[in-house]
Design a protein around this ligand. Structure first.
Ligand SMILES: Cc1ncc(COP(=O)(O)O)c(C=O)c1O
Length: 436
């Protein structure tokens, strides 16, 4: 059965318009930039401008941060932030048990211990009411992840951090807030720029801070970042170009098998360190000039990008009502995906896979790892809400390639099935269990 499923993954689908979660924000202009850069690297043409500096400067402006530093990925930005904190043996970092496995990895690589807190079923963020129970004299920081672009309750978190003299690290991998200033009490934040995020430069991460001392430490650490070699750069560039093409809604029907074949032959470039419990040699590494060029363009169109996500989520929230938000409150968030719980996750995927390649997040409480949680210091059963959520969560992508009327049509067609599947009762009972 598994063998047949593996084979079927390699087969193309019937030609049709289909939406995925990758490269949803990239433009034709960016594809042309990348193609011209590919030949530049191939023929050894040196780039005279410091494009990375330009991107970092513009990122600071848009994100309303004083200082920004780029990295090969978000996880590496997090690692660098942690390395500024003079971590001692036994130090602990509090984080939600519903994240990407590279997050606890970075904490462990930096020499600290991840301490997990359960999440709220209503917004999939850390359950703020449970944080204090996990604070000990070894706790040094609270890791705040704004899951799927919905902000955590920073007022409450600021209070707890102040009371216990803890640092706040914000995970903005799913967020880009164009409206509000950075939280005053945050030590540092970081963003992910990978192919599934709000803005996509294939890979990449940015650490931001308003704290001059943190800035100085990050600047010093940046001098020793690893540089990816020419072959690696070319593979990265080629992967980005191919992804923009094969994940296009018109080509996705044959894009997935092509992607799997390219990946099988190791042509594509990713950091495959999800299951590594010791820090890889290349980690943390530098961001690339050509990714910065795309980054600058992504920043130029970020308002349009987020306003589409908000528009789609306003419609979905009006129908699905998972977050109980009024229309004007929906626009407060950046909505990487619109998520909710259903009774039958597998059936949902089957029903919607005709139109979407959903790659549900997070179908494991540590995306990228489905077992051996002990290796990242998680005790099975210790965060029951997160464990339940990972088996029942579904999400719709909100990127600009998916027109609003596609959702209007598909929700209307499937509403009779969907309305009985949305698990409000379970959400409410889980919320009550968290309050105890
Ligand atoms: C919440 C969250 N934080 C951090 C990361 C890591 O980002 P990157 O893949 O750029 O290292 C991810 C990756 O998906 C994520 O979902």
């Amino acid at each position: 059965m598994t063998f047949l499923r593996k084979i079927s993954n390699f087969l193309p689908d019937i030609p049709k318009l289909r939406y995925g979660i990758y490269c949803g924000t990239n433009t034709k202009k960016e594809l042309l930039i990348l193609l011209s850069y590919f030949f530049k690297i191939l023929f050894g043409v040196k780039e005279k401008q410091n494009l990375i500096k330009k991107f970092e400067h513009q990122f600071s402006k848009k994100s309303k941060s004083k200082y920004s530093f780029t990295y090969g990925s978000g996880r590496m930005a997090l690692y660098s932030i942690l390395k500024t904190m003079s971590i001692k043996k036994g130090d602990q970092v509090i984080l939600p048990a519903f994240t990407c496995t590279v997050v606890p990895n970075a904490i462990i690589y930096a020499g600290a211990r991840p301490i997990y807190v359960d999440i709220e079923p209503k917004n999939f963020n850390i359950d703020v009411n449970l944080i204090e129970k996990k604070i000990t004299n070894k706790t040094i920081a609270i890791y705040v992840q704004h899951t799927f672009g919905i902000s955590c309750d920073m007022k409450k978190i600021n209070k707890i951090a102040k009371k216990h003299k803890l640092k706040i690290i914000e995970d903005k991998a799913h967020v880009f807030d164009l409206k509000n200033k950075q939280n005053k009490n945050t030590y540092a934040s970081y963003y992910s720029l990978d192919h599934s995020k709000i803005m996509n430069t294939h890979l990449g991460g940015v650490a931001t801070t308003n704290n001059f001392q943190v800035y100085q430490k990050l600047k010093k650490l940046n001098k020793s970042l690893f540089t990816i070699g020419k072959i690696g750069q070319l593979r990265m560039l080629l992967s980005f170009i191919l992804e923009i093409i094969i994940f296009n809604p018109y080509l996705l029907w044959m894009g997935k098998p092509i992607f799997l074949i390219l990946n099988y032959f190791n042509i594509l470039f990713y950091f495959n360190d999800e299951l590594k419990i010791t820090k890889p040699k290349y980690y943390p590494c530098k961001y690339s000039n050509f990714l910065s060029l795309v980054g600058v363009n992504q920043l130029k169109i970020i308002e349009k990008n987020i306003s589409h996500r908000v528009k789609v989520s306003q419609y979905l929230e009006k129908k699905i009502k998972w977050y109980s938000l009024k229309k004007n409150k929906v626009s407060k968030y950046s909505w990487l995906r619109y998520s909710f719980l259903v009774k039958d996750q597998e059936m949902f995927i089957k029903l919607f896979e005709k139109k979407f390649n959903l790659d549900i997040w997070y179908s494991s409480i540590f995306e990228g790892r489905s077992r051996n949680y002990k290796e990242i210091k998680y005790k099975n059963g210790s965060c029951p809400v997160a464990e339940y959520v990972s088996k029942h969560i579904v999400n719709f992508p909100t990127h600009i390639q998916i027109p609003l009327n596609t959702y209007q049509k598909i929700i209307k067609e499937n509403w009779n099935w969907l309305r009985n599947q949305i698990n409000y009762d379970k959400r409410n009972s889980l919320m009550l269990s968290g309050e105890k």
